[in-house]
Ligand binder design. Structure first.
Ligand code: SF4
Ligand code: SF4
Length: 97
């Protein structure tokens, strides 16, 4: 079964004006969120981002930011997998998503 992602919930941001087109983000991203086309980095599939943080950690230009390992997307996916109510701990630990 393919893992589903929710549209428009990833915290990933890409500041194109800071990008030096080194290609590291495309190399380290496990989900093909970035692609290098004609020497330029493109954010091609933001909704595939699982917020692992690898791209932001490896970007030498601080062009990328992501709240790694937290957020409602992860909570909802974990809820699907476990059959429990999702909780992202943003409301004192109660179910809130
Ligand atoms: S946070 Fe992880 S999954 Fe998301 S774009 Fe960066 S490397 Fe890819
Ligand atoms: S790692 Fe950073 S500087 Fe390098 S291509 Fe990606 S966004 Fe641009």
């Amino acid at each position: 079964m393919a893992l589903q992602y929710l549209p428009n919930v990833s915290t990933l941001t890409f500041a194109e004006d800071k990008c030096v087109c080194c290609g590291r983000c495309a190399e380290v991203c496990p989900h093909g969120v970035f692609r290098i086309v004609d020497g330029k980095a493109l954010l091609v599939d933001k909704d595939a981002c699982m917020e692992c943080g690898a791209c932001a950690l490896n970007c030498p230009a601080q062009a990328l930011a992501v709240q790694a390992g937290v957020g409602c997307a992860a909570a909802i996916i974990w809820g699907w997998l476990t059959g429990n109510e999702p909780s992202c701990d943003c409301d004192n630990g109660s179910a809130c998503c």
